[in-house]
Design a protein around this ligand. Structure first.
Ligand SMILES: Cc1cc2nc3c(=O)[nH]c(=O)nc-3n(C[C@H](O)[C@H](O)[C@H](O)COP(=O)(O)OP(=O)(O)OC[C@H]3O[C@@H](n4cnc5c(N)ncnc54)[C@H](O)[C@@H]3O)c2cc1C
Length: 414
């Protein structure tokens, strides 16, 4: 595949853009693959990419029931940070954050990574202590964060109101190399690179069954017929429980709607990401000028990919206390995605009771930031049966009580 470059843009401009190739192929399924990945979200595509790049495994299909990136990967608010408390989380999220730094060059695809900085506001004394503890833990983990004063918060975010009626701003956990990236571009960039390595991306193909013989996976039933495989990676986020049931085992995951909205576009007024976990809201400004706003999950399980309107109202009402200027903005769009939440708010990257089947799920409200690190580690797990990045995230932790409690870092936060 031809590389994208300034020269290529100039060449195509001179010939009316007639020479661009398709970014990824639309092949017919083969009878058998070494590895099938179900789910062409960021995690599934990144896994396929690192299977090829790091392990030379390219007889791979990524099977997607809709269009690639049409699940949570194309629905999230794109916050990237790695300021988690527990060591295994800091390791995988920091690996991911560092891969985002060079992703555009690695994929030859502009993912618009914008390390503009992320602040998590401390608005109660409990949060002050919690975030100071996280800053100390991050220092030991080699993750660069710092606890900053309210005055520094105000310097970074001039539109903030420090003395809100319920929750004044008492400081914040600041990660200056956190930020955002263009979510669709992450999926498209990985898809193009996978297709270039000869992998098959099968869109509009739903996996309707999983087959095994003697406790070992043999393939998947799909809406385009049976496709055989030696190994199977299930990477379907909010639908992981449904797919696991088809394979004959259960996962300790609940699926709930998480929603977000954008305002009408306005002039640039905030060039960092701000998260206010006490009031359940967070905000950044997109390159188009829209204020991108999100809150917490719905309180009941469902699969509707919509979310309830009262949640939006609560989130906006709470954020207005800290950002009074947004009270005069109009809402432009609202949407939802189905996120996969575990009891300890940490993901599952694991072998399963069926030999050859691996599961990558449980990223809940915060998996966009993890995509490259998750793909890196999960590819190693699938290829070699073990990875230092994923060891702690096995399913057996729920049986053995070795939880990775990230409920402060990931319960509401993204
Ligand atoms: C509103 C919202 C805001 C968020 N904000 C952030 C944020 O700011 N930062 C952050 O880090 N994270 C955020 N997240 C979480 C993040 O989006 C997810 O954790 C991440 O995108 C999960 O990626 P994935 O590849 O695992 O899943 P997905 O992108 O959902 O991909 C799974 C794919 O599997 C497909 N699939 C399902 N069942 C089948 C089947 N049977 N056969 C074939 N295909 C199937 C689906 O169609 C889907 O495309 C947010 C999520 C939402 C909904």
């Amino acid at each position: 595949m031809r590389r994208y470059s300034a020269f290529a843009i100039a060449r195509e401009a001179a010939r009316y853009h007639q020479g661009w190739e398709r970014a990824w192929a639309a092949p017919e399924p083969k009878k058998h693959y070494d590895v099938i990945i179900v789910g062409a979200g960021g995690h599934g595509l990144a896994t396929a990419f690192y299977l090829g790049k790091n392990f030379g495994i390219t007889n791979v299909a990524v099977i997607e029931k809709g269009w690639l990136g049409g699940g949570n990967t194309g629905r999230n608010t794109t916050i990237i940070r790695s300021n988690y408390l527990q060591d295994p989380s800091a390791a995988i999220y920091e690996k991911a954050r560092s891969l985002y730094e060079t992703m555009s060059q690695d994929l030859n695809y502009n993912v618009m990574f914008s390390p503009r900085g992320v602040i998590m506001l401390a608005q109660t004394h409990h949060e002050v202590r919690g975030y100071q503890r996280t800053a100390h833990a991050n220092a030991l983990q080699g993750v660069k964060t710092e606890f900053i004063s309210p005055q520094r918060v105000k310097e970074l975010v001039p539109i903030i109101h420090l003395d809100g009626p319920r929750f004044p701003v008492l400081g914040g956990l600041w990660q200056d190399r956190g930020g955002t990236a263009r979510h669709d571009a992450v999926a498209w960039g990985y898809a193009r690179a996978c297709s270039d390595m000869g992998m098959d991306i099968l869109q509009k193909t739903e996996v309707t069954g999983v087959t095994s013989e003697g406790g070992k996976v043999t393939g998947v039933e799909t809406t385009r017929g049976f496709i055989g495989c030696t190994k199977l990676g299930m990477v379907v986020a909010g639908h992981c429980g449904v797919l696991a049931e088809k394979a004959g085992f259960r996962l300790p995951v609940e699926s709930v709607a998480l929603q977000a909205l954008v305002s009408e576009p306005i002039k640039p007024c905030m060039d960092v990401v701000v998260m206010a976990n006490t009031v359940h809201g967070y905000m950044s400004q997109s390159d188009k000028g829209e204020m991108v706003i999100g809150g917490g999950t719905d309180a009941y399980n469902n699969y509707t990919q919509r979310g309830s309107f009262h949640h939006i109202e609560e989130t906006v009402r709470a954020l207005i206390e800290t950002f009074p200027m947004i009270s005069r903005l109009k809402m432009l769009r609202q949407w939802g995605g189905i996120v996969d939440v575990t009891g300890d708010r940490s993901p599952i990257l694991s072998k399963t009771p069926i030999e050859g089947i691996f599961v990558n799920c449980g990223w809940g409200t915060g998996g966009f930031k993890a995509i490259p690190g998750s793909g890196w580690g999960f590819a190693e797990l699938v290829a070699k049966g073990q990875s230092p990045l994923t060891d702690a995230f096995g399913l057996n932790r729920f049986r053995e009580g070795r939880f990775i409690d990230e409920s402060v870092a990931a319960g509401v936060a993204h």
